[in-house]
Design a protein around this ligand. Structure first.
Ligand SMILES: [Zn+2]
Length: 351
Protein backbone atom coordinates (compact mmCIF):
# COMPACT_ATOMS: atom_id res chain seq x y z
CA UNK A 1 0.00 0.00 0.00
CA UNK A 2 1.11 3.55 -0.57
CA UNK A 3 1.64 6.01 2.26
CA UNK A 4 -1.38 8.03 1.19
CA UNK A 5 -4.40 7.71 3.43
CA UNK A 6 -6.63 4.99 2.08
CA UNK A 7 -10.13 4.02 3.08
CA UNK A 8 -11.66 0.63 2.38
CA UNK A 9 -13.77 2.19 -0.37
CA UNK A 10 -10.61 3.13 -2.27
CA UNK A 11 -9.77 -0.52 -2.88
CA UNK A 12 -11.66 -2.74 -5.31
CA UNK A 13 -11.27 -6.08 -7.05
CA UNK A 14 -9.62 -6.03 -10.48
CA UNK A 15 -11.74 -5.26 -13.53
CA UNK A 16 -12.18 -7.71 -16.41
CA UNK A 17 -12.50 -6.68 -20.07
CA UNK A 18 -14.70 -9.46 -21.49
CA UNK A 19 -13.73 -8.95 -25.15
CA UNK A 20 -10.46 -7.43 -26.31
CA UNK A 21 -8.22 -7.61 -29.39
CA UNK A 22 -4.69 -6.95 -28.13
CA UNK A 23 -3.46 -7.18 -31.73
CA UNK A 24 -5.32 -3.96 -32.53
CA UNK A 25 -3.35 -1.73 -30.11
CA UNK A 26 -0.99 -0.55 -32.88
CA UNK A 27 -3.80 0.17 -35.35
CA UNK A 28 -4.27 3.77 -34.23
CA UNK A 29 -0.64 4.48 -35.19
CA UNK A 30 -0.92 3.30 -38.80
CA UNK A 31 -2.39 5.42 -41.62
CA UNK A 32 -6.07 4.90 -42.38
CA UNK A 33 -7.37 3.33 -45.61
CA UNK A 34 -6.98 5.28 -48.85
CA UNK A 35 -10.72 5.51 -49.38
CA UNK A 36 -13.14 5.93 -46.48
CA UNK A 37 -14.99 2.68 -45.70
CA UNK A 38 -18.74 3.19 -45.99
CA UNK A 39 -20.11 0.36 -43.85
CA UNK A 40 -19.10 -2.37 -41.41
CA UNK A 41 -18.16 -4.88 -44.13
CA UNK A 42 -15.89 -2.30 -45.79
CA UNK A 43 -14.31 -1.47 -42.39
CA UNK A 44 -13.46 -5.17 -41.94
CA UNK A 45 -12.01 -5.47 -45.45
CA UNK A 46 -10.10 -2.19 -45.63
CA UNK A 47 -8.80 -1.99 -42.05
CA UNK A 48 -8.89 -5.15 -39.93
CA UNK A 49 -8.41 -7.84 -42.57
CA UNK A 50 -5.45 -5.91 -44.00
CA UNK A 51 -3.97 -5.38 -40.56
CA UNK A 52 -4.26 -8.94 -39.24
CA UNK A 53 -2.72 -10.35 -42.44
CA UNK A 54 0.38 -8.14 -41.94
CA UNK A 55 1.05 -9.14 -38.32
CA UNK A 56 4.18 -11.04 -37.33
CA UNK A 57 5.35 -12.22 -33.91
CA UNK A 58 7.25 -9.05 -32.95
CA UNK A 59 4.27 -6.84 -33.84
CA UNK A 60 1.93 -9.12 -31.88
CA UNK A 61 4.27 -9.08 -28.89
CA UNK A 62 4.60 -5.29 -28.57
CA UNK A 63 0.97 -4.67 -29.45
CA UNK A 64 0.05 -6.99 -26.56
CA UNK A 65 2.62 -5.43 -24.21
CA UNK A 66 1.26 -1.93 -24.82
CA UNK A 67 -2.34 -3.12 -24.52
CA UNK A 68 -1.56 -4.86 -21.24
CA UNK A 69 0.17 -1.76 -19.84
CA UNK A 70 -2.83 0.36 -20.78
CA UNK A 71 -5.18 -2.16 -19.14
CA UNK A 72 -3.30 -1.99 -15.83
CA UNK A 73 -3.24 1.79 -16.06
CA UNK A 74 -7.05 1.65 -16.00
CA UNK A 75 -7.32 -0.86 -13.14
CA UNK A 76 -8.15 -3.75 -15.46
CA UNK A 77 -6.27 -6.85 -14.32
CA UNK A 78 -7.80 -9.40 -16.69
CA UNK A 79 -8.29 -9.48 -20.46
CA UNK A 80 -10.36 -11.95 -22.44
CA UNK A 81 -8.55 -11.67 -25.74
CA UNK A 82 -9.55 -12.67 -29.26
CA UNK A 83 -6.61 -12.92 -31.67
CA UNK A 84 -6.13 -13.36 -35.43
CA UNK A 85 -2.89 -13.25 -37.41
CA UNK A 86 -3.32 -15.50 -40.47
CA UNK A 87 0.35 -15.30 -41.49
CA UNK A 88 1.62 -15.96 -37.95
CA UNK A 89 -0.73 -18.52 -36.39
CA UNK A 90 1.43 -21.16 -34.71
CA UNK A 91 2.62 -19.98 -31.31
CA UNK A 92 0.80 -16.65 -31.51
CA UNK A 93 -1.20 -17.34 -28.34
CA UNK A 94 2.04 -17.98 -26.43
CA UNK A 95 3.37 -14.62 -27.60
CA UNK A 96 0.28 -12.89 -26.20
CA UNK A 97 0.22 -14.90 -22.96
CA UNK A 98 3.93 -14.25 -22.38
CA UNK A 99 3.54 -10.50 -23.02
CA UNK A 100 0.67 -10.26 -20.54
CA UNK A 101 2.61 -12.26 -17.94
CA UNK A 102 5.58 -9.94 -18.39
CA UNK A 103 3.38 -6.93 -17.58
CA UNK A 104 1.45 -8.78 -14.85
CA UNK A 105 -2.02 -8.90 -16.43
CA UNK A 106 -4.18 -12.03 -16.53
CA UNK A 107 -5.27 -13.10 -20.01
CA UNK A 108 -7.71 -15.64 -21.39
CA UNK A 109 -6.52 -16.27 -24.95
CA UNK A 110 -8.30 -17.46 -28.07
CA UNK A 111 -7.33 -17.74 -31.72
CA UNK A 112 -10.15 -16.65 -34.06
CA UNK A 113 -10.73 -19.55 -36.45
CA UNK A 114 -12.04 -18.62 -39.89
CA UNK A 115 -12.44 -20.11 -43.38
CA UNK A 116 -11.52 -16.76 -44.97
CA UNK A 117 -8.09 -18.18 -45.73
CA UNK A 118 -9.28 -21.61 -46.87
CA UNK A 119 -9.67 -24.94 -45.12
CA UNK A 120 -5.99 -25.08 -44.21
CA UNK A 121 -6.17 -21.70 -42.48
CA UNK A 122 -9.16 -22.88 -40.45
CA UNK A 123 -7.41 -26.10 -39.53
CA UNK A 124 -4.28 -24.26 -38.39
CA UNK A 125 -6.36 -21.83 -36.32
CA UNK A 126 -8.16 -24.69 -34.58
CA UNK A 127 -4.84 -26.39 -33.99
CA UNK A 128 -3.40 -23.27 -32.33
CA UNK A 129 -6.33 -23.23 -29.88
CA UNK A 130 -5.89 -26.97 -29.28
CA UNK A 131 -2.11 -26.72 -28.80
CA UNK A 132 -2.37 -23.80 -26.35
CA UNK A 133 -5.11 -25.49 -24.30
CA UNK A 134 -3.25 -28.83 -24.23
CA UNK A 135 -0.16 -27.06 -22.87
CA UNK A 136 -2.26 -25.78 -19.96
CA UNK A 137 -2.98 -22.28 -21.29
CA UNK A 138 -6.02 -20.36 -20.04
CA UNK A 139 -8.18 -20.09 -23.14
CA UNK A 140 -11.51 -20.18 -24.88
CA UNK A 141 -11.70 -21.58 -28.41
CA UNK A 142 -11.83 -18.59 -30.72
CA UNK A 143 -14.00 -18.35 -33.82
CA UNK A 144 -14.05 -15.18 -35.91
CA UNK A 145 -17.76 -15.30 -36.74
CA UNK A 146 -20.26 -17.75 -38.20
CA UNK A 147 -20.43 -15.69 -41.41
CA UNK A 148 -16.78 -16.46 -42.20
CA UNK A 149 -16.95 -20.15 -41.22
CA UNK A 150 -18.61 -23.19 -42.75
CA UNK A 151 -20.69 -25.55 -40.63
CA UNK A 152 -17.89 -28.13 -40.29
CA UNK A 153 -15.53 -25.51 -38.85
CA UNK A 154 -18.16 -24.28 -36.37
CA UNK A 155 -18.86 -27.85 -35.26
CA UNK A 156 -15.14 -28.61 -34.89
CA UNK A 157 -14.62 -25.51 -32.72
CA UNK A 158 -17.60 -26.42 -30.52
CA UNK A 159 -16.28 -29.96 -30.15
CA UNK A 160 -12.78 -28.78 -29.24
CA UNK A 161 -14.24 -26.48 -26.58
CA UNK A 162 -16.37 -29.29 -25.14
CA UNK A 163 -13.39 -31.64 -25.01
CA UNK A 164 -11.27 -28.99 -23.26
CA UNK A 165 -14.00 -28.04 -20.75
CA UNK A 166 -14.09 -24.46 -21.99
CA UNK A 167 -16.29 -22.27 -24.17
CA UNK A 168 -16.16 -20.69 -27.62
CA UNK A 169 -15.42 -16.96 -28.01
CA UNK A 170 -17.16 -15.77 -31.19
CA UNK A 171 -18.50 -12.58 -32.81
CA UNK A 172 -22.26 -12.97 -33.34
CA UNK A 173 -24.64 -10.71 -35.28
CA UNK A 174 -22.37 -7.67 -35.17
CA UNK A 175 -23.52 -6.08 -38.41
CA UNK A 176 -25.57 -6.64 -41.57
CA UNK A 177 -22.99 -9.06 -43.03
CA UNK A 178 -23.65 -11.36 -40.07
CA UNK A 179 -27.43 -11.01 -39.92
CA UNK A 180 -28.77 -14.53 -40.27
CA UNK A 181 -25.76 -16.65 -39.43
CA UNK A 182 -26.46 -16.75 -35.68
CA UNK A 183 -29.07 -19.47 -36.32
CA UNK A 184 -26.30 -21.81 -37.51
CA UNK A 185 -24.99 -21.84 -33.92
CA UNK A 186 -28.18 -23.49 -32.64
CA UNK A 187 -27.38 -26.82 -31.02
CA UNK A 188 -23.69 -25.93 -30.66
CA UNK A 189 -23.62 -23.32 -27.89
CA UNK A 190 -23.05 -23.93 -24.15
CA UNK A 191 -23.16 -21.71 -21.05
CA UNK A 192 -19.37 -21.15 -21.24
CA UNK A 193 -19.62 -19.48 -24.67
CA UNK A 194 -19.08 -15.75 -25.21
CA UNK A 195 -21.44 -14.35 -27.86
CA UNK A 196 -19.82 -11.04 -28.78
CA UNK A 197 -21.96 -8.06 -29.90
CA UNK A 198 -25.40 -9.58 -30.59
CA UNK A 199 -26.50 -6.28 -32.12
CA UNK A 200 -28.89 -7.93 -34.55
CA UNK A 201 -29.61 -11.05 -32.51
CA UNK A 202 -33.35 -11.64 -31.90
CA UNK A 203 -34.52 -11.21 -28.29
CA UNK A 204 -35.47 -14.89 -28.01
CA UNK A 205 -32.44 -16.29 -29.85
CA UNK A 206 -32.19 -19.38 -27.62
CA UNK A 207 -28.37 -19.52 -27.77
CA UNK A 208 -26.51 -20.37 -24.57
CA UNK A 209 -23.69 -18.23 -23.20
CA UNK A 210 -22.90 -14.68 -22.13
CA UNK A 211 -23.59 -11.78 -24.50
CA UNK A 212 -20.60 -9.42 -24.54
CA UNK A 213 -21.71 -5.84 -25.13
CA UNK A 214 -19.20 -3.45 -26.79
CA UNK A 215 -21.05 -0.14 -26.99
CA UNK A 216 -18.16 2.11 -28.06
CA UNK A 217 -17.09 -0.23 -30.86
CA UNK A 218 -20.67 -0.65 -32.06
CA UNK A 219 -21.11 3.12 -32.25
CA UNK A 220 -17.74 3.47 -34.02
CA UNK A 221 -18.76 0.91 -36.64
CA UNK A 222 -22.26 2.36 -37.03
CA UNK A 223 -23.85 -1.07 -36.59
CA UNK A 224 -26.65 0.05 -34.26
CA UNK A 225 -27.53 -0.42 -30.59
CA UNK A 226 -27.58 -3.98 -29.19
CA UNK A 227 -29.94 -2.94 -26.34
CA UNK A 228 -28.74 -5.78 -24.13
CA UNK A 229 -31.55 -5.38 -21.55
CA UNK A 230 -33.80 -7.25 -24.00
CA UNK A 231 -31.90 -10.52 -23.56
CA UNK A 232 -32.55 -13.21 -20.94
CA UNK A 233 -28.84 -14.13 -21.34
CA UNK A 234 -26.24 -12.76 -18.91
CA UNK A 235 -24.43 -9.68 -20.28
CA UNK A 236 -20.79 -8.62 -19.78
CA UNK A 237 -18.92 -5.55 -21.02
CA UNK A 238 -16.07 -5.60 -23.53
CA UNK A 239 -14.06 -3.03 -25.48
CA UNK A 240 -13.67 -4.90 -28.80
CA UNK A 241 -10.05 -3.73 -28.86
CA UNK A 242 -10.56 -0.03 -28.08
CA UNK A 243 -8.42 -0.12 -24.94
CA UNK A 244 -9.34 -1.94 -21.75
CA UNK A 245 -10.66 0.86 -19.53
CA UNK A 246 -13.65 -0.91 -17.99
CA UNK A 247 -14.82 2.15 -16.04
CA UNK A 248 -14.80 4.18 -19.24
CA UNK A 249 -16.66 1.44 -21.13
CA UNK A 250 -19.17 1.34 -18.26
CA UNK A 251 -19.81 5.08 -18.62
CA UNK A 252 -20.27 4.71 -22.38
CA UNK A 253 -22.62 1.74 -21.87
CA UNK A 254 -24.64 3.79 -19.39
CA UNK A 255 -24.87 6.86 -21.65
CA UNK A 256 -25.80 4.79 -24.73
CA UNK A 257 -28.52 2.99 -22.74
CA UNK A 258 -29.91 6.32 -21.47
CA UNK A 259 -30.03 7.63 -25.03
CA UNK A 260 -32.25 4.64 -25.84
CA UNK A 261 -34.31 4.77 -22.63
CA UNK A 262 -33.98 7.64 -20.17
CA UNK A 263 -35.27 5.44 -17.30
CA UNK A 264 -32.26 3.07 -17.62
CA UNK A 265 -30.63 2.40 -14.23
CA UNK A 266 -26.84 2.71 -13.92
CA UNK A 267 -26.93 -0.31 -11.60
CA UNK A 268 -27.92 -2.47 -14.59
CA UNK A 269 -24.78 -1.43 -16.51
CA UNK A 270 -22.74 -2.12 -13.38
CA UNK A 271 -24.10 -5.69 -13.40
CA UNK A 272 -22.46 -6.06 -16.83
CA UNK A 273 -19.12 -5.10 -15.21
CA UNK A 274 -19.67 -7.68 -12.47
CA UNK A 275 -20.62 -10.38 -14.97
CA UNK A 276 -17.27 -9.88 -16.71
CA UNK A 277 -15.58 -10.48 -13.33
CA UNK A 278 -17.61 -13.67 -12.90
CA UNK A 279 -16.16 -15.00 -16.16
CA UNK A 280 -12.68 -15.02 -14.59
CA UNK A 281 -13.35 -15.42 -10.85
CA UNK A 282 -9.69 -15.21 -9.85
CA UNK A 283 -9.82 -11.53 -10.85
CA UNK A 284 -11.76 -11.01 -7.62
CA UNK A 285 -8.59 -11.74 -5.65
CA UNK A 286 -6.78 -8.86 -7.38
CA UNK A 287 -6.65 -5.59 -5.43
CA UNK A 288 -6.79 -2.14 -7.02
CA UNK A 289 -6.22 0.97 -4.91
CA UNK A 290 -7.74 4.05 -6.53
CA UNK A 291 -6.91 7.73 -6.60
CA UNK A 292 -10.33 8.66 -5.20
CA UNK A 293 -13.05 7.09 -3.07
CA UNK A 294 -14.98 4.60 -5.20
CA UNK A 295 -18.72 5.08 -4.97
CA UNK A 296 -21.49 2.99 -6.46
CA UNK A 297 -22.77 2.71 -10.01
CA UNK A 298 -24.42 6.14 -10.10
CA UNK A 299 -21.31 7.85 -8.73
CA UNK A 300 -19.02 6.15 -11.23
CA UNK A 301 -21.37 6.75 -14.17
CA UNK A 302 -20.76 10.48 -13.71
CA UNK A 303 -17.11 10.54 -12.67
CA UNK A 304 -14.46 10.73 -15.35
CA UNK A 305 -10.72 10.27 -14.94
CA UNK A 306 -10.74 7.71 -12.11
CA UNK A 307 -7.27 6.17 -12.04
CA UNK A 308 -5.58 3.40 -10.06
CA UNK A 309 -2.62 4.01 -7.81
CA UNK A 310 -1.51 0.57 -6.69
CA UNK A 311 -2.42 -2.91 -7.96
CA UNK A 312 -1.68 -6.46 -6.89
CA UNK A 313 -2.46 -9.40 -9.17
CA UNK A 314 -2.33 -12.88 -7.68
CA UNK A 315 -0.58 -11.32 -4.67
CA UNK A 316 2.17 -9.67 -6.72
CA UNK A 317 2.59 -5.88 -6.91
CA UNK A 318 2.30 -5.04 -10.61
CA UNK A 319 1.49 -1.31 -10.36
CA UNK A 320 2.75 1.17 -7.77
CA UNK A 321 2.65 4.96 -7.48
CA UNK A 322 0.61 5.11 -10.68
CA UNK A 323 3.11 3.13 -12.80
CA UNK A 324 3.58 -0.52 -13.86
CA UNK A 325 6.35 -2.12 -11.81
CA UNK A 326 7.40 -5.08 -13.97
CA UNK A 327 8.13 -3.25 -17.25
CA UNK A 328 9.49 0.14 -18.27
CA UNK A 329 6.54 2.03 -19.75
CA UNK A 330 8.74 4.25 -21.91
CA UNK A 331 10.50 1.21 -23.35
CA UNK A 332 7.16 -0.48 -24.12
CA UNK A 333 5.86 2.66 -25.83
CA UNK A 334 9.06 3.07 -27.87
CA UNK A 335 9.16 -0.57 -28.99
CA UNK A 336 5.45 -0.52 -29.81
CA UNK A 337 5.96 2.61 -31.94
CA UNK A 338 8.76 0.83 -33.87
CA UNK A 339 6.46 -2.12 -34.51
CA UNK A 340 3.64 0.21 -35.59
CA UNK A 341 5.99 1.63 -38.25
CA UNK A 342 6.85 -1.91 -39.43
CA UNK A 343 3.14 -2.74 -39.51
CA UNK A 344 2.32 0.37 -41.53
CA UNK A 345 5.03 -0.53 -44.09
CA UNK A 346 3.80 -4.12 -44.32
CA UNK A 347 0.21 -2.98 -44.85
CA UNK A 348 1.30 -0.44 -47.49
CA UNK A 349 3.28 -3.04 -49.42
CA UNK A 350 0.34 -5.48 -49.39
CA UNK A 351 -1.79 -2.90 -51.20
ZN1 LIG B 1 -14.19 -8.19 -31.58
Amino acid sequence: MSESSVTAADVTEGFVCAHHHLYSTLARQVPGPVSTPRDFAEILRSVWWRLDTALDAEMIRWSAMLGAVEALSAGTTTLIDHHESPNCIEGSLDVIADACAEVGVRVVCSYGVTDRHGADGARRGLEENRRFLAAGGRALVGVHAAFTCNDDTLAAAAELARDANTGVHIHVSEGPADDEHWSRLRGLTAPEWLLVHGVRLPDNHGLQGTIVHNPRSNMNNGVGYARPVRFASPVALGSDGIGADVLDDFRVAYARAREDDVTFDAVTAWQWVERARDLVPESRTDRVEWSRPMGGAWDLAFTTGVTPWHITVDGEVVFANGMPTKVDVNEVRARAAEQAERLARAMASSG
